[in-house]
Design a protein around this ligand. Structure first.
Ligand code: ADP
Ligand code: MG
Ligand code: MG
Ligand code: MG
Length: 414
């Protein structure tokens, strides 16, 4: 096993030129490959490798956080977790993640399908594109991956082995635990925010109910090892065309609460919603705003419909056994239990979503939705609405009952 070495555009063909899985897809003559580094994420290197036969993506983890530099070490093992999560997601919702061609654990390299002409969903939403399929595709993706990775569906021995495998993703969980749930609520060194937000930031950091709620969400995140999460399911981890949706970048994968993926995903649509007025230079975005609220509703509705179908057709795990319910002719018990599970996901999802909206505006890792609004006063105005919305849904999460309630609230703030 050779020591880790970061790839560069010039060393990549030499180092990976003998890999059959890559040669087959790119071409047999590595000296004719062209390599571009395209990583725009916070953590890793991403290369497109093109040749006569086609193209692949080569993603390599670095032993530190790319966004910050070598002063913030981060284990290469995240590549191992990303690979194992991708394999599981491909089984649980076929066609929704890039195909994997090759994995090198020691070099932290994953070679995968080059998604083209896909673009990052966040960028499409900033441009004002209305993708017709994402509500359904993403709703099904979360239902299938979250249900099928849990004790509702899996043989419990396998689930426990998986729980142990992913339990080692400690450092990436630590990033979420600190950057998402704690840093936004005090003057943490890595925080930054748009000038003009000082008053609301002070207010939020003094908001006892919000701080307690954020820590309750952190408690759930850390303690409720319910299913294999994607762990970083925002609109920058989704690539789209008008008729295809793919989910990438599950390096934060670990066993946690179902509501975390749901809440993080939906929060990013609400942030897109509140950022739209900053992108109206080329025309009004009213239709886009309506589309975003409809999409949130469609994600949630699709999620509940598919989760319900799986509950009835694939509930073979140790929880809510049919032997106690349907087999005893007590279908009502099964429905009651299902509604309880979905209700808890809904309530907790709102808490996670609220916190995610705060940390993207007040913490270290910001969203292009807001960051691309050049006019600071305009950006601060958009972010203020998102901060208020996030606070409301987190603190009132047990008192909000439907996507329609939330649409009304969002429209009122807008
Ligand atoms: P990070 O973990 O550093 O955030 P990502 O996996 O999100 O890395 O990839 C960074 C960028 O590389 C993505 O935003 C996308 O533009 C591009 N990318 C990653 N994977 C693929 C892929 N399979 N096909 C096409 N582009 C990709
Ligand atoms: Mg990413
Ligand atoms: Mg598809
Ligand atoms: Mg990543």
């Amino acid at each position: 096993m050779s020591a880790f070495e970061a790839l560069t555009v010039s060393t990549l063909p030499v180092r990976l030129g003998q890999e059959a899985a890559i040669r087959q897809r790119v071409g047999d003559d590595p000296s004719a490959w062209s390599v571009d580094e395209v990583g725009d994420g916070n953590l890793n290197l991403v290369f497109i490798v093109r040749g006569a036969a086609g193209a692949v993506i080569v993603k390599q983890a670095l032993p530190y956080v790319r966004l910050v530099g070598e002063s913030w070490p981060l284990p290469l093992k995240r590549s191992f977790f990303e690979y194992h999560a991708l394999i599981r997601q491909a089984e649980r919702d076929p066609g929704m993640v890039p195909e994997i061609f090759h994995f090198d654990e020691a070099q932290a390299i994953i070679v995968m399908e080059f998604l083209s002409p896909h673009i990052i969903l966040r960028r499409a939403l900033i441009e004002g594109q209305q993708l017709p399929k994402i509500g359904r595709d993403l709703g099904n993706f979360i239902a299938r991956t979250l249900f099928r990775g849990s004790d509702l569906a899996m043989e419990t021995r396998k689930r426990k082995a998986d729980l142990a495998l992913f339990a080692d993703n400690v450092e990436l969980c630590d990033i979420t635990e600190n950057l998402v749930f704690s840093d936004p609520y005090f003057e943490a060194p890595l925080n930054r925010h748009t000038p003009g937000l000082e008053a609301i930031v002070t207010e939020l950091r003094a908001d006892r109910d919000m701080k307690v709620e954020a820590q309750r969400m952190k408690h759930l995140f850390a303690a409720k090892a319910e299913t294999l999460l994607h762990g970083d399911l925002h609109t920058g981890s989704v690539m789209v065309t008008m008729d295809d949706t793919r989910v990438i970048d599950p390096e934060f994968a670990f066993y946690g609460p179902m509501a975390f993926d749901v809440g993080m995903l939906i929060a990013n649509f609400w942030m897109s919603y509140f950022s739209q007025s900053g992108h109206e230079a080329h025309g009004p975005r009213d239709a886009m705003r309506a589309y975003l609220l409809d999409t949130v509703e469609e994600i949630w509705t699709t999620f509940t419909i598919e989760f319900t179908r799986l509950w009835h057709e694939e509930r073979r795990g140790i929880l809510y056994q049919a032997s106690l319910f349907e087999d005893r002719n007590d279908r009502l018990a099964s429905e009651q239990a299902l509604h309880g599970v979905i209700h808890d996901i809904w309530t907790d999802m709102l808490g996670f979503a609220g916190v995610e909206m705060h940390r993207r505006i007040l913490g270290l890792a910001h969203n292009a939705d807001f960051e691309t609004i050049a006019d600071e006063a305009k950006r601060a105005a958009c972010e203020t609405k998102a901060l208020k919305f996030g606070r409301h849904i987190a603190v009132n999460r047990t008192r909000i009952h439907s996507p329609a309630d939330l649409a009304t609230l969002a429209e009122r703030l807008e």
